[in-house]
Design a protein around this ligand. Sequence first.
Ligand code: BGC
Length: 345
Amino acid sequence: MKEQLVAGMGALPGASLQKACRLLVIFCALHLLVTMVYYMAGRDLNIFQYFTENQQSQHDWKNASTTPAAELLACPETSPLLVGPLNVEFSKPVDLEETKKENPAVRDGGRHTPKDCRALQKVALIIPFRHRDEHLKYWLYYLHPILQRQQLDYGVYVINQQDGEETFNRAKLLNVGFAEALKDYDYDCFVFSDVDLIPMDDRNIYKCYSQPRHLSVSMDKFGFRLPYNQYFGGVSALSKEQFQKINGFPNNYWGWGGEDDDIYNRITSRGMSLSRPDAIIGKCRMIHHNRDVKNEPNPQRFDRIAHTKETMNSDGLNSLSYEVVKTEKKPLYTIITVNIGLPKR
Ligand code: BGC
């Protein structure tokens, strides 16, 4: 009886243990199966996501302008992408192919449109130019990332004064840039920038304000301060309306100096004032260089500045004449080579 009981007690737990083991194995197998199904489904989902993301960004780079802007929400007043102070230096040469790779969202001709929101302004960046290829490379290298973080719908226009005997004419090239950029796109803001000036803070927004904006207010060349209060040289921004209100810039300042003072006179004589960032946000660096040939200081500048009020109605946008020699849409900028004629003798 005792033996039976022991044997009975031994037989019973043995059978149930076997059953329990079987159940455990089935449970584990099921668990493994379910885990694998989820895992595979998850991977597939991710792969799917990866492809859609990639296709999406390719679509945005190449066809951003075809995305109906009206469907997007307006970009915020202050871009969340800004980083503030920037390290700007010119010791390493710039490779433009690398720069292009680092800025895949910039379209041919140097155009960019934010993909996640509708830009608040359409900005044409106009650069007067002749024989400054190395400086242009630095400008593109630094400015493209900044302008994208500023969430601008922008295009870069390099206005190249045709090589020849003529003296350089910065302000006339800027007028040409205004006229030519408007043929390309419906810009509402124009930033006029020297090719050798780089902002040191991306909070210095390259856009237009209710008054004409002076952006290069704190240049290293001038000890990070204004050389004088009325100074309007370097980088400035005017809306289309502000630019038209002053009849554009003067066409008859050949050689270095004075044209920016004339522009300042135009602005104030039309009842406008200057808007400026503070001296911290407005810091910028100039690339050192020797004086350009055929851009000697203009001896007539003092006399001309004294007569802006009388000359501005007949000298400007309404008297602008030039001939486009060639337009090229490069991967990071549009370059327009122009014949702007000779000074009136
Ligand atoms: C010239 C300006 C120049 C400024 C600073 C003035 O005398 O007229 O054109 O921007 O000096 O160099």
